[in-house]
Design a protein around this ligand. Structure first.
Ligand code: 0X9
Ligand code: ZN
Length: 304
Protein backbone atom coordinates (compact mmCIF):
# COMPACT_ATOMS: atom_id res chain seq x y z
CA UNK A 1 0.00 0.00 0.00
CA UNK A 2 0.99 3.64 -0.21
CA UNK A 3 1.93 5.39 3.03
CA UNK A 4 1.22 9.07 2.20
CA UNK A 5 4.50 10.02 3.94
CA UNK A 6 5.97 10.71 0.55
CA UNK A 7 4.53 11.38 -2.89
CA UNK A 8 3.92 8.32 -5.02
CA UNK A 9 4.79 8.02 -8.67
CA UNK A 10 2.41 6.62 -11.29
CA UNK A 11 3.56 2.97 -11.12
CA UNK A 12 3.17 2.96 -7.32
CA UNK A 13 -0.33 4.41 -7.61
CA UNK A 14 -1.35 1.82 -10.20
CA UNK A 15 0.01 -1.01 -8.06
CA UNK A 16 -1.93 0.40 -5.09
CA UNK A 17 -5.16 0.45 -7.11
CA UNK A 18 -4.72 -3.10 -8.36
CA UNK A 19 -3.83 -4.50 -4.95
CA UNK A 20 -6.64 -2.73 -3.12
CA UNK A 21 -9.21 -3.83 -5.70
CA UNK A 22 -7.96 -7.42 -5.44
CA UNK A 23 -8.18 -7.32 -1.65
CA UNK A 24 -11.68 -5.81 -1.55
CA UNK A 25 -13.52 -7.14 -4.62
CA UNK A 26 -16.92 -6.58 -3.02
CA UNK A 27 -16.25 -2.88 -2.49
CA UNK A 28 -13.90 -1.73 -5.21
CA UNK A 29 -13.55 -2.23 -8.95
CA UNK A 30 -10.47 -0.97 -10.77
CA UNK A 31 -10.58 -0.60 -14.52
CA UNK A 32 -8.62 1.06 -17.28
CA UNK A 33 -10.88 3.23 -19.44
CA UNK A 34 -8.38 4.21 -22.08
CA UNK A 35 -4.83 5.25 -22.77
CA UNK A 36 -3.25 8.67 -22.60
CA UNK A 37 -1.38 10.27 -25.48
CA UNK A 38 1.83 8.52 -24.45
CA UNK A 39 0.05 5.24 -23.76
CA UNK A 40 -0.29 5.38 -20.00
CA UNK A 41 -3.40 3.90 -18.42
CA UNK A 42 -6.39 6.07 -17.58
CA UNK A 43 -7.37 4.46 -14.29
CA UNK A 44 -10.96 4.39 -13.10
CA UNK A 45 -12.22 3.19 -9.74
CA UNK A 46 -15.75 2.38 -8.68
CA UNK A 47 -16.45 2.01 -4.98
CA UNK A 48 -19.86 0.53 -4.32
CA UNK A 49 -21.69 -2.15 -2.40
CA UNK A 50 -23.85 -2.82 -5.44
CA UNK A 51 -27.54 -2.43 -6.05
CA UNK A 52 -29.22 0.06 -8.30
CA UNK A 53 -30.75 3.49 -8.02
CA UNK A 54 -28.00 4.93 -5.85
CA UNK A 55 -26.76 8.47 -6.09
CA UNK A 56 -23.13 8.96 -7.00
CA UNK A 57 -20.18 11.25 -6.43
CA UNK A 58 -17.58 11.60 -9.19
CA UNK A 59 -14.05 12.53 -8.09
CA UNK A 60 -10.96 13.23 -10.13
CA UNK A 61 -7.40 14.25 -9.44
CA UNK A 62 -4.21 15.10 -11.22
CA UNK A 63 -5.59 17.24 -14.05
CA UNK A 64 -2.54 19.42 -13.49
CA UNK A 65 0.67 17.41 -13.37
CA UNK A 66 2.59 19.42 -10.77
CA UNK A 67 -0.22 19.46 -8.19
CA UNK A 68 1.03 16.36 -6.44
CA UNK A 69 -1.19 16.74 -3.40
CA UNK A 70 -4.18 16.03 -5.65
CA UNK A 71 -3.45 12.35 -6.48
CA UNK A 72 -2.08 12.05 -2.93
CA UNK A 73 -5.47 13.05 -1.56
CA UNK A 74 -7.59 11.13 -4.06
CA UNK A 75 -5.68 7.88 -3.51
CA UNK A 76 -6.03 8.38 0.23
CA UNK A 77 -9.78 8.91 -0.22
CA UNK A 78 -9.97 5.57 -2.05
CA UNK A 79 -8.14 3.90 0.81
CA UNK A 80 -10.35 5.54 3.43
CA UNK A 81 -13.57 4.45 1.70
CA UNK A 82 -12.39 0.90 1.06
CA UNK A 83 -9.91 -0.18 3.73
CA UNK A 84 -11.68 1.82 6.44
CA UNK A 85 -15.19 0.96 5.20
CA UNK A 86 -16.27 -0.52 8.54
CA UNK A 87 -15.66 2.76 10.36
CA UNK A 88 -18.29 4.54 8.25
CA UNK A 89 -20.16 2.05 6.04
CA UNK A 90 -22.93 4.56 5.31
CA UNK A 91 -20.78 6.49 2.86
CA UNK A 92 -20.38 3.46 0.60
CA UNK A 93 -23.64 1.69 1.37
CA UNK A 94 -25.64 4.70 0.20
CA UNK A 95 -23.38 6.29 -2.40
CA UNK A 96 -21.55 5.00 -5.46
CA UNK A 97 -18.14 6.63 -5.83
CA UNK A 98 -16.50 6.99 -9.24
CA UNK A 99 -12.90 8.07 -8.91
CA UNK A 100 -10.11 8.83 -11.37
CA UNK A 101 -7.01 9.60 -9.28
CA UNK A 102 -4.60 10.67 -12.04
CA UNK A 103 -6.30 11.94 -15.20
CA UNK A 104 -3.12 13.45 -16.66
CA UNK A 105 -0.74 10.50 -16.29
CA UNK A 106 1.76 11.66 -18.93
CA UNK A 107 2.20 15.00 -17.25
CA UNK A 108 2.37 13.41 -13.80
CA UNK A 109 5.13 11.05 -14.91
CA UNK A 110 7.02 13.93 -16.48
CA UNK A 111 7.05 15.81 -13.15
CA UNK A 112 8.72 12.77 -11.56
CA UNK A 113 11.23 12.09 -14.35
CA UNK A 114 14.91 12.83 -13.82
CA UNK A 115 15.03 14.73 -17.12
CA UNK A 116 11.51 16.08 -16.69
CA UNK A 117 10.12 19.23 -15.10
CA UNK A 118 8.74 19.22 -11.56
CA UNK A 119 6.52 22.22 -12.38
CA UNK A 120 4.96 20.89 -15.60
CA UNK A 121 1.18 21.52 -15.74
CA UNK A 122 -0.25 20.33 -19.06
CA UNK A 123 -0.54 17.04 -20.89
CA UNK A 124 2.37 15.97 -23.15
CA UNK A 125 0.85 15.85 -26.63
CA UNK A 126 2.71 17.15 -29.67
CA UNK A 127 1.13 20.31 -31.07
CA UNK A 128 1.41 20.32 -34.83
CA UNK A 129 3.81 22.94 -36.12
CA UNK A 130 4.96 23.91 -32.62
CA UNK A 131 8.03 23.09 -30.54
CA UNK A 132 5.87 23.21 -27.38
CA UNK A 133 4.06 20.19 -25.98
CA UNK A 134 0.85 19.84 -24.09
CA UNK A 135 -2.69 21.02 -23.51
CA UNK A 136 -4.15 22.41 -20.30
CA UNK A 137 -6.92 19.90 -19.66
CA UNK A 138 -8.65 22.43 -17.43
CA UNK A 139 -9.09 24.77 -20.40
CA UNK A 140 -10.03 22.00 -22.84
CA UNK A 141 -13.53 21.02 -21.70
CA UNK A 142 -16.35 21.89 -24.08
CA UNK A 143 -18.64 24.21 -22.16
CA UNK A 144 -18.15 27.85 -23.13
CA UNK A 145 -14.70 26.80 -24.32
CA UNK A 146 -12.26 29.59 -25.23
CA UNK A 147 -14.39 32.33 -23.70
CA UNK A 148 -11.65 33.84 -21.56
CA UNK A 149 -8.69 33.07 -19.33
CA UNK A 150 -7.26 30.41 -21.61
CA UNK A 151 -4.35 30.43 -24.02
CA UNK A 152 -4.72 30.12 -27.77
CA UNK A 153 -1.04 29.41 -28.30
CA UNK A 154 0.56 26.05 -27.74
CA UNK A 155 3.52 27.38 -25.76
CA UNK A 156 1.28 28.91 -23.11
CA UNK A 157 0.85 27.10 -19.81
CA UNK A 158 -2.93 27.40 -20.08
CA UNK A 159 -3.19 26.37 -23.76
CA UNK A 160 -6.81 25.38 -24.37
CA UNK A 161 -6.16 23.06 -27.33
CA UNK A 162 -7.21 23.61 -30.91
CA UNK A 163 -10.83 22.65 -30.26
CA UNK A 164 -12.95 21.51 -27.27
CA UNK A 165 -11.89 18.08 -26.02
CA UNK A 166 -8.89 18.03 -28.36
CA UNK A 167 -6.79 16.15 -25.78
CA UNK A 168 -7.44 12.40 -25.60
CA UNK A 169 -7.27 12.55 -21.79
CA UNK A 170 -10.00 15.21 -21.68
CA UNK A 171 -12.15 13.05 -23.98
CA UNK A 172 -11.71 10.05 -21.70
CA UNK A 173 -12.63 12.02 -18.58
CA UNK A 174 -15.65 13.46 -20.42
CA UNK A 175 -16.81 9.99 -21.42
CA UNK A 176 -16.26 8.59 -17.92
CA UNK A 177 -18.30 11.39 -16.37
CA UNK A 178 -20.99 11.11 -19.05
CA UNK A 179 -21.38 7.39 -18.42
CA UNK A 180 -22.45 8.02 -14.80
CA UNK A 181 -23.76 11.57 -15.02
CA UNK A 182 -27.42 10.63 -14.68
CA UNK A 183 -26.83 9.16 -11.21
CA UNK A 184 -24.23 11.71 -10.10
CA UNK A 185 -25.16 14.65 -7.93
CA UNK A 186 -21.65 15.80 -7.01
CA UNK A 187 -18.50 16.35 -9.08
CA UNK A 188 -15.29 17.09 -7.19
CA UNK A 189 -12.00 17.87 -8.91
CA UNK A 190 -8.94 18.24 -6.70
CA UNK A 191 -6.18 20.75 -7.42
CA UNK A 192 -3.65 22.89 -5.60
CA UNK A 193 -2.83 25.40 -4.42
CA UNK A 194 -4.53 28.35 -2.69
CA UNK A 195 -7.06 26.83 -0.31
CA UNK A 196 -10.18 27.64 -2.31
CA UNK A 197 -13.47 25.76 -2.48
CA UNK A 198 -14.66 26.90 -5.89
CA UNK A 199 -18.04 26.67 -7.57
CA UNK A 200 -18.86 27.31 -11.22
CA UNK A 201 -18.69 29.37 -13.21
CA UNK A 202 -15.16 29.92 -14.37
CA UNK A 203 -16.15 31.32 -17.76
CA UNK A 204 -18.32 34.19 -16.54
CA UNK A 205 -18.77 36.35 -13.46
CA UNK A 206 -22.49 35.51 -13.55
CA UNK A 207 -23.66 33.15 -10.81
CA UNK A 208 -25.32 29.77 -11.44
CA UNK A 209 -29.05 29.91 -10.76
CA UNK A 210 -28.62 27.46 -7.86
CA UNK A 211 -25.61 29.24 -6.39
CA UNK A 212 -27.27 29.54 -2.98
CA UNK A 213 -27.30 25.74 -2.63
CA UNK A 214 -23.75 25.34 -3.96
CA UNK A 215 -22.52 27.99 -1.55
CA UNK A 216 -24.43 26.64 1.46
CA UNK A 217 -22.95 23.15 1.13
CA UNK A 218 -19.47 24.58 0.54
CA UNK A 219 -19.69 26.68 3.72
CA UNK A 220 -20.70 23.72 5.85
CA UNK A 221 -18.02 21.50 4.31
CA UNK A 222 -15.28 24.09 4.77
CA UNK A 223 -16.39 24.73 8.37
CA UNK A 224 -15.60 21.11 9.21
CA UNK A 225 -12.35 21.27 7.26
CA UNK A 226 -11.20 24.36 9.13
CA UNK A 227 -12.20 22.87 12.48
CA UNK A 228 -9.46 20.21 12.21
CA UNK A 229 -6.30 22.37 12.11
CA UNK A 230 -7.54 25.91 11.46
CA UNK A 231 -6.78 25.78 7.74
CA UNK A 232 -8.86 28.48 6.06
CA UNK A 233 -10.43 28.20 2.62
CA UNK A 234 -11.97 30.91 0.47
CA UNK A 235 -15.37 30.02 -1.01
CA UNK A 236 -16.92 31.42 -4.15
CA UNK A 237 -17.24 31.12 -7.90
CA UNK A 238 -13.96 30.63 -9.75
CA UNK A 239 -14.36 33.84 -11.68
CA UNK A 240 -15.25 35.94 -8.68
CA UNK A 241 -12.71 34.73 -6.12
CA UNK A 242 -9.86 33.54 -8.40
CA UNK A 243 -9.91 34.49 -12.08
CA UNK A 244 -11.74 33.92 -15.33
CA UNK A 245 -10.77 30.56 -16.82
CA UNK A 246 -13.07 28.93 -19.37
CA UNK A 247 -13.01 25.30 -20.44
CA UNK A 248 -12.70 23.95 -16.90
CA UNK A 249 -13.89 20.49 -15.95
CA UNK A 250 -16.17 21.86 -13.23
CA UNK A 251 -18.04 24.13 -15.63
CA UNK A 252 -18.54 21.25 -18.06
CA UNK A 253 -19.58 18.80 -15.30
CA UNK A 254 -22.31 21.21 -14.24
CA UNK A 255 -23.29 22.92 -17.47
CA UNK A 256 -22.56 20.10 -19.91
CA UNK A 257 -23.13 16.88 -17.96
CA UNK A 258 -25.78 18.34 -15.66
CA UNK A 259 -24.19 17.38 -12.32
CA UNK A 260 -25.59 20.02 -9.97
CA UNK A 261 -22.93 20.22 -7.25
CA UNK A 262 -19.67 20.72 -9.15
CA UNK A 263 -16.67 21.99 -7.21
CA UNK A 264 -12.98 22.58 -7.78
CA UNK A 265 -11.08 22.19 -4.53
CA UNK A 266 -7.72 23.95 -4.40
CA UNK A 267 -5.97 22.33 -1.46
CA UNK A 268 -2.89 23.41 0.56
CA UNK A 269 -1.11 25.73 0.78
CA UNK A 270 -1.47 29.48 0.17
CA UNK A 271 1.89 29.92 -1.50
CA UNK A 272 4.66 29.18 0.99
CA UNK A 273 5.53 25.95 -0.80
CA UNK A 274 2.91 26.27 -3.55
CA UNK A 275 2.94 23.25 -5.89
CA UNK A 276 5.84 21.74 -3.93
CA UNK A 277 3.87 21.09 -0.76
CA UNK A 278 6.17 19.14 1.60
CA UNK A 279 5.21 15.51 1.92
CA UNK A 280 4.94 15.88 5.68
CA UNK A 281 1.74 17.87 5.07
CA UNK A 282 0.00 15.17 3.01
CA UNK A 283 -1.72 13.41 5.88
CA UNK A 284 -2.86 16.60 7.62
CA UNK A 285 -4.20 17.92 4.31
CA UNK A 286 -6.01 14.68 3.66
CA UNK A 287 -7.53 14.44 7.13
CA UNK A 288 -8.95 17.94 6.95
CA UNK A 289 -10.32 17.58 3.40
CA UNK A 290 -11.89 14.24 4.35
CA UNK A 291 -13.92 16.05 7.02
CA UNK A 292 -15.33 18.27 4.27
CA UNK A 293 -16.12 15.27 2.09
CA UNK A 294 -18.10 13.67 4.89
CA UNK A 295 -20.35 16.75 4.93
CA UNK A 296 -20.80 16.43 1.17
CA UNK A 297 -21.60 12.73 1.48
CA UNK A 298 -24.11 13.38 4.28
CA UNK A 299 -25.88 15.89 2.04
CA UNK A 300 -26.02 13.39 -0.81
CA UNK A 301 -27.57 10.85 1.56
CA UNK A 302 -30.17 13.44 2.58
CA UNK A 303 -31.20 13.87 -1.07
CA UNK A 304 -32.93 10.47 -1.24
O1 0X9 B 1 -6.67 27.53 -13.28
C1 0X9 B 1 -7.15 26.41 -12.99
O2 0X9 B 1 -7.35 25.53 -13.80
C2 0X9 B 1 -7.48 26.11 -11.53
N1 0X9 B 1 -6.42 26.61 -10.67
S1 0X9 B 1 -4.95 25.87 -10.70
O3 0X9 B 1 -4.01 26.67 -9.91
N2 0X9 B 1 -5.07 24.44 -9.98
O4 0X9 B 1 -4.53 25.69 -12.06
C3 0X9 B 1 -8.80 26.73 -11.17
C4 0X9 B 1 -9.94 26.27 -12.01
C5 0X9 B 1 -11.26 26.77 -11.53
N3 0X9 B 1 -12.36 26.38 -12.40
C6 0X9 B 1 -12.61 27.02 -13.55
N4 0X9 B 1 -11.99 28.11 -13.90
N5 0X9 B 1 -13.57 26.54 -14.31
ZN1 ZN C 1 -4.86 22.74 -11.01
Amino acid sequence: SLNWESYSDLPAIEEFLSELAAAYPNLMTHSVVGQSYEGNNMNFVKISTGGSGKKAIFVDGGIHAREWISPAFVTWLIRELVENYAAHPQYVDNIDWYIMPVVNPDGYRYTFAANGDRLWRKTRNVNEGSPCLGTDMNRNFGFHWDEGGSGDRSCQGNFNGNFPFSAIETQIVRDAISSVASQSVVYLTFHSYGQYWLTPWGYTADYPEDYAQLYDLAVRAVDKLTAVYGTEYTIGTSTNVLYVASGGSDDWAKGGAGIPYAYTVEMRDTGTFAFELPADQIIANNLEVWEALKVVAEDVMAMY
